[in-house]
Design a protein around this ligand. Structure first.
Ligand code: GDP
Ligand code: MG
Length: 201
């Protein structure tokens, strides 16, 4: 098994993150954790690429549809449909419009527990309930209630992979192998070296 420090995750600063001039703030939050930025580019994507991204996991349509229906029912509300696939078809339409509305910044971050650490700092999907201190909790105010009423995707600034397997699929989807740089970060020694020596003179 690869060492923990080899774990990678894929992050997108979505169009609202760019428009809200939060690129530096968001990158800074991941950088200060000790993670290493191994790839980054700004681009404008297209609807097919966005749909393919969200459906890289073949179960995404069903799982997200079922999760959405459950969250309506948990709140005592009637879901717009009982069919998970109908729900996700609608969510996908909103996501395609949102994600192609302006430039985005795609990144790959590497380091111990990269996937979980980035999800923790990013916060949960709905900004209304994201923890204070997280990116989605601190910089934006959207809710499912508001985005559903307006038939649009929730604006939550960032996408971050949900698991190491999802991360590897997403990295392949957005980057060519040569766009990823392997390099040594001097700070890595402080985070990972077993013997801390060579500091004192
Ligand atoms: P993420 O990994 O935190 O972005 O969340 P998911 O992978 O579960 O969902 C991807 C996207 O689908 C989210 O960013 C939302 O735009 C949308 N989505 C997910 N769950 C729901 C839901 O319960 N209701 C609505 N309206 N949209 C959802
Ligand atoms: Mg996800």
């Amino acid at each position: 098994m690869a060492h923990h420090k080899e774990e990678r995750t894929f992050v997108i600063i979505k169009p609202d993150g760019v428009q809200r001039t939060l690129i530096g703030e968001i990158i800074g939050r991941y950088e200060r954790l000790g993670l290493k930025l191994v790839a980054m580019k700004m681009l404008v994507t297209n609807e097919d690429h966005v749909e393919a991204h969200y459906t890289l996991d073949p179960t995404w349509r069903t799982v997200t549809g079922e999760k959405t229906i459950k969250s309506y029912k948990d709140k005592g509300l009637t879901p717009p449909s009982e069919d998970p696939l109908e729900i996700t078809a609608k969510i996908l339409l909103g996501l395609k419009k949102y994600m192609t509305s302006g430039p985005i910044v795609a990144m790959v971050w590497q380091g111990a527990h990269a996937v979980k650490i980035v999800r923790k700092v990013t916060g949960s999907t709905e900004p209304l309930s994201s923890d204070v201190g997280s990116i989605r909790g601190d910089f934006v105010l959207d809710s499912y209630q508001m985005s559903d009423t307006d038939s649009r995707a929730i604006r939550n600034l960032v996408h971050a992979s949900g698991s190491p397997e999802e991360a590897e699929m997403e990295i392949k989807h957005w980057f060519k192998p040569e766009e990823l740089t392997k390099y040594r970060l001097i700070a890595d020694e402080m985070l990972y070296d077993v013997n801390i020596d060579g500091i004192l003179e």
